[in-house]
Design a binder for this molecule. Structure first.
Ligand code: C5P
Length: 243
């Protein structure tokens, strides 16, 4: 876990198997895990998940499940058969749904880490008003986090902006997986609540999810290495402060 690359998850947001395997070939050994999301899974299905897993890579299946408890339980059961390391459900699916997801994951042989997505990193404070949710995004994330943790969830997806609140209030063993990562000077694109790799790690992230800043770089492996360098610097400084 001290190798900074183990903290870096590359989002395989590409169109098809050919592009995904090319990215895996380029990035293998430079990142700790590959995230397969909706675009790739919808196109290529479970077979590609198994193919990348069988190359010895860790897999985060980011399906962001959000349905009634019985349906999500069935989906998590199917996910567990794929032998992935992490899977996402939406925290806003509610306590019963989250409990059902945790129960299925626990009872499977592969026991993936079920991560609850709090507020998408593309949402801003203005969206809270539009949804009729009173208070700030941070307050909304906190309410979702308590719901998730009380239901047995041991990992959350949130933005870097909420890490210090979560670290201050929740179980210190809670795994925080942080997307919306942008190295200094890069374009935020559709992300609203962003931070640099260094900032997110210093704030207390366990894992960073990075898509376009790696995949769209001229040299994706060099981009991943540079992010791993920032992660290493943050981990070093954090351990100096809290030996
Ligand atoms: O390209 P970029 O680095 O913005 O990609 C971020 C990845 O993290 C995407 O695959 C997106 O689906 C995922 N994600 C996110 N915000 C969340 C949860 C997941 O951006 N709250």
């Amino acid at each position: 876990m001290n190798d900074p690359r183990t903290r870096l998850i590359a989002a395989l947001d590409v169109a098809d198997r050919k592009a995904a395997l090319a990215a895996v070939d380029r990035l293998s050994g430079h990142v700790g895990c590959f995230k397969i999301g909706l675009e790739l899974f919808t196109r290529e299905g479970p077979r590609l998940v198994e193919e990348i897993r069988d190359r010895g890579e860790k897999i985060f299946l980011d399906l962001k499940l959000h349905d009634i408890p019985n349906t999500v339980a069935g989906a998590v059961r199917s996910v567990c058969m794929l032998g992935v390391d992490m899977v996402t459900v939406h925290a806003s699916g509610g306590a019963a749904m989250l409990e059902a997801a945790c129960r299925e994951a626990r009872s499977s042989g592969s026991s993936p880490l079920v991560l609850a997505v709090t507020a998408l990193t593309s949402l801003s404070e203005r969206d809270m008003g539009r949804f009729g949710i009173g208070g700030s995004i941070e307050e909304w994330v906190e309410r979702l986090a308590w719901t998730a943790c009380n239901a047995g969830i041991r990992g959350l997806v949130a933005s870097a902006k909420e890490i210090s609140m979560l670290r201050g209030k929740m179980d210190p063993n809670l795994q925080l997986v942080i997307p919306g990562i942008r190295p200094a000077g890069s374009d935020a694109q559709d992300q609203a609540r962003t931070a640099t790799p260094y900032e997110a790690m210093r704030a207390g992230a366990n894992y960073l999810v990075v898509g376009r800043p790696i995949l769209k770089a001229d040299d994706p492996a060099a981009a991943a290495d540079s992010i791993a360098g920032e992660i290493a610097r943050a981990l070093r400084e954090s351990s100096l402060r809290n030996p």
